[in-house]
Design a protein around this ligand. Structure first.
Ligand code: GAL
Length: 815
């Protein structure tokens, strides 16, 4: 009876919904100026009164958000390697004038920031509105009351990035989206719905919705309709601020079929619809036991990566296509989980993970009250952690992709057993705000599994401790365990140095490059194989999060802060050469982005991409050979060959001659032919699985570089001013083979309704600007990112030219 009534109400409500919520992008046409530390290294005093409505800002830069104020550079030798040698520190002001129509009278008006870096303060018409210092949090500020209805208004935003406030490149500016939201006096509060699915079976699901209403009174009612995302058909409905709805035959959210639903909430006052609010959600169950992680009752191993928030050459400015492309590339080598190291992500990132079937650990902080660098979040922690944690959870708790909350990473507190009380306090807050997902944190300290901290985690994450998994289980028989950070292997795409050393501290070569044999790692870290072994030995460990999926800007370990690594060359002659170079540099070493990525900063696979693919996509027939085979100076010299394959056995041939068939032993994840004597020609590998031919691949000594070739990830993009086409530039020989060790400088010109917004090549040392129309290839490859123009359809044509090479053209349609 009750059920029928709810359904009926649902119908009536749909017909009468004429609610007043209005959400609009507030990204366009801002004025921007920098003060304090300027990009060129000079200082410019910040004048007073930047928030005043009458200020003449006509000479300020005009731009659209999202905007990363530092990505345009320049790279400066004296800036810290750790944060990418880019000028992100300093003060920035953004101003925007806008009309408030008469219809705003009686409404509540809010500005919403998805994230601005950092220490945001906001004024409207010269009056202070509010602030939010943490650059990774989303927040809302209310303009009602101070807004001049029917007139022009001026909003002013001050950001202040203190130097030494991050361990990686944080970017700067209003780098995520901004919206203006207008509602009636009675409305769903900010992030005011919480949708859970407490009971799920094949036949039905219970959908529980709690709704927080602003301006609630006795005559206010709330109704909800459940729809499949993208469909208009109402599948079920209910009402009330604490509402349970039964849905028959639910389509579950899982990694293969990430089905999504929507709750459409309508708020009524005196029978009249006064607000509509949509919540996207998924129906799924998650469970963690000492035996593993279970999604919808099925055990799933998390094949995860940690990701920082930058989008490579695009910097930190949010772009949906760039995020989607990153996830596509990660999925290609088998990633099914991402840890947002070490901060809350852009909301668009979670939308994509929902849609693409990725499990996410959302992390709050890199530090708590004890600092890692002088001006980091520890300076804000006491006043803000509660607000920041709540902002994170309230914003993201309806995403089916989110399966864990992390309160932090390798906090200094872990060294102090008495600080476990703080950890417990944060955990209780997280559990109270969302009882449906476990709370965790990343532990670097071995003793944190026994010193009390282990009792403050619902699931326990070890950073770089595969050797401790067994002991952990003895000490903590019931606590679910995973590798919150693993491997941290370092390499530069396409670089190989000889002799090859198994000493993880060696492998440097060239000009601040690291060998791509995937054997090098800093002292706390190790090659991928070692974690694989632990994960295979202890199948109750529910997965790993490799440091990292993509290279990121900043933290160029082994050339980060610890300069003792600078001469870890295996070749003594090379070491002597580099010693001289270093003396000439006088301490300012140039590396500016990480070597940790499984793919480089542009998204080009490094060799270990295939090692992970072999392990994480065992059903995909594949084999990969390294190194490349262009070594004219190595004829007659030992040049080891390694093979990554999803097969279990392989035979290697050099110029048709077998170099032997090898079988992977237990806990072996690469096949090695360490005594190959180099001669030019063709290396071929034939892989087998269970004795049957499984995959083959070859690598050849190429001819000389004769031409450029261009390929686009997408040849049709939307003419919306945000869609992107990522064009790969390759230096090829006559047969179209990538010519290794090439560094040709290439010029790019573009015609038609698009623009080149970034270039890159994956070289962690390059100080060439990301915003240019010229860029060298790095070991044969470069990347050009093209963006469409809003409302301008047509053919975009990119031409690439380089001296001595045949040029290339490609066209992309904007529609
Ligand atoms: C970890 C840390 C990460 C990153 C990584 C590099 O200890 O949590 O943020 O610095 O090391 O290996």
């Amino acid at each position: 009876m009750k059920h029928t009534l709810l359904l009926l109400l649902g119908c009536v409500f749909t017909l009468s919904a004429g609610a007043t919520r209005d959400t609009a992008s507030f990204n366009d046409n801002w004025k921007f100026a920098r003060f304090g530390a300027m990009p060129n290294g000079s200082q410019l005093e910040e004048p007073k009164g930047m928030e005043k409505p009458g200020l003449n800002d006509s000479r300020w830069l005009t731009l659209n958000l999202p905007h990363d104020w530092a990505i345009e550079g320049p790279f400066r030798a004296e800036l810290p390697n750790q944060t990418g040698k880019l000028p992100w520190a300093g003060i920035g002001w953004y101003r925007k004038s806008f009309d408030s129509p008469e219809s705003d009278a009686g409404k509540r008006v809010f500005i919403e920031f998805d994230g601005s870096m950092s220490r945001t303060k906001v004024w409207l018409n010269g009056e202070y509105i509010g602030e939010w210092p943490y650059g990774y949090s989303s927040f809302q500020l209310e303009l009602t009351g101070k807004l001049k209805v029917g007139q022009e208004n001026t909003i002013a935003v001050r950001l202040d990035n203190k130097p030494d406030s991050s361990r990686w490149y944080p970017g700067g500016g209003i780098y995520r989206n901004v919206r203006l939201v207008k509602t009636g006096p009675v409305h769903v509060a900010h992030w005011g719905t919480f949708v859970t699915t407490p009971k799920v079976s094949g036949e039905s699901a219970t959908i529980h919705i709690t709704t927080q209403i602003e301006g609630a009174s006795a005559d206010v009612e709330v109704s909800h309709e459940v729809l499949k995302e993208g469909s208009n058909k109402v599948l079920a409905s209910g009402n009330g601020t604490d509402c349970s709805i039964e849905l028959a035959s639910p389509k579950l959210w899982d990694l293969e079929n990430p089905n999504l639903y929507q709750v459409k909430t309508t708020v009524f006052k005196g029978g009249e619809a006064v607000d509509r609010y949509d919540t996207s959600f998924g129906i799924r169950t998650i469970k963690y036991t000492a035996n593993g992680f279970f999604l919808n009752g099925k055990k799933v191993r998390m094949n995860g990566v940690c990701q920082h928030h930058d989008l490579g050459p695009l910097g930190t400015a949010v772009n949906v296509r760039a995020i989607e492309r990153q996830i596509e590339i990660l999925k290609e080598f088998g990633v099914n989980a991402i840890r947002t190291a070490h901060n809350p992500p852009a909301p668009e990132f979670l939308d994509q993970c929902d849609r693409m079937g990725i499990l996410v650990q959302v992390e709050a902080f890199d530090v708590w009250a004890r600092k890692k660098v002088v001006n980091d979040y520890s300076t804000l922690f006491a006043d803000w952690y509660e607000k920041d944690l709540k902002a994170m959870i309230h914003r993201d708790r309806n995403h089916p992709c989110v399966v864990m909350w992390s309160t932090g990473n390798e906090m200094i507190e872990l060294r102090y057993p008495e600080d476990a009380a703080l950890s417990q306090q944060l955990r209780e807050l997280v559990n109270a705000e969302d009882p449906t997902r476990p709370c965790t944190f990343g532990n670097s300290r071995p003793e944190a599994s026994t010193n009390g901290f282990q009792n403050t985690a619902d699931v326990f994450g070890f950073n770089y401790k595969p050797h401790m998994y067994e002991q952990f289980r003895k000490d903590n028989p019931d606590l679910p365990l995973y590798g919150s950070e693993t491997a941290s292997t370092v390499s530069s795409r396409g670089e190989y140095f000889f002799p090859v050393s198994d000493n993880k501290k060696e492998g440097s070569g060239g000009y601040f490059q690291v060998s791509s044999y995937d054997l090098s790692a800093p002292n706390w870290a190790y090659r991928p194989d070692i974690e694989f072994e632990a994960q295979d030995k202890y199948p109750w460990v529910f997965g790993e999060f490799v440091w990292t999926g993509f290279d990121y800007i900043g933290e160029p370990t082994p050339y980060n802060k610890d300069k003792t690594n600078l001469l870890n060359f295996t070749d003594p002659a090379e070491k002597a050469r580099m010693k001289k170079e270093l003396a000439a540099l006088g301490g300012n070493i140039p590396p500016r982005s990480s070597y940790f990525g499984i793919v480089d900063l542009c998204g080009f696979p490094k060799d270990r991409f295939y090692m992970y693919q072999a392990k994480w996509r065992p059903e995909l027939p594949m084999a990969h050979i390294l190194p490349h085979w262009n070594w004219p100076e190595r004829v007659g010299k030992i040049t080891p060959v390694h093979v990554y394959t999803s097969g279990d056995e392989a035979e290697l041939f050099l110029n048709g001659k077998s170099l032997g068939r090898k079988k992977k032993g237990e806990f072996e994840y690469r096949l090695r032919w360490d005594d190959v004597v180099y001669e030019p020609g063709k290396l071929k590998v034939e892989a087998y699985k269970n004795g049957k031919k499984w995959a083959a691949s070859e690598t050849k000594t190429t001819g000389k570089a004769v031409k450029l070739e261009l390929s686009a990830d997408r040849k049709k993009i939307a003419a919306d001013g945000t869609d992107l086409s990522f064009v790969t530039v390759q230096v090829s020989d006559n047969d179209g083979l990538l010519v290794p060790r090439t560094h040709n400088s290439v010029k790019y010109t573009l015609s038609g309704p698009g623009e080149i917004i970034a270039v890159g090549n994956g070289d962690p040392v390059s100080h060439e600007s990301f915003q240019a129309t010229e860029r060298k290839v790095f070991n044969g490859l470069a990347l050009v990112v093209i963006r469409s123009k809003a409302g301008e359809a047509g053919k975009i044509e990119l031409t690439a030219e380089s001296e001595g090479l045949e040029s290339a053209k490609i066209s992309v349609k904007a529609k």
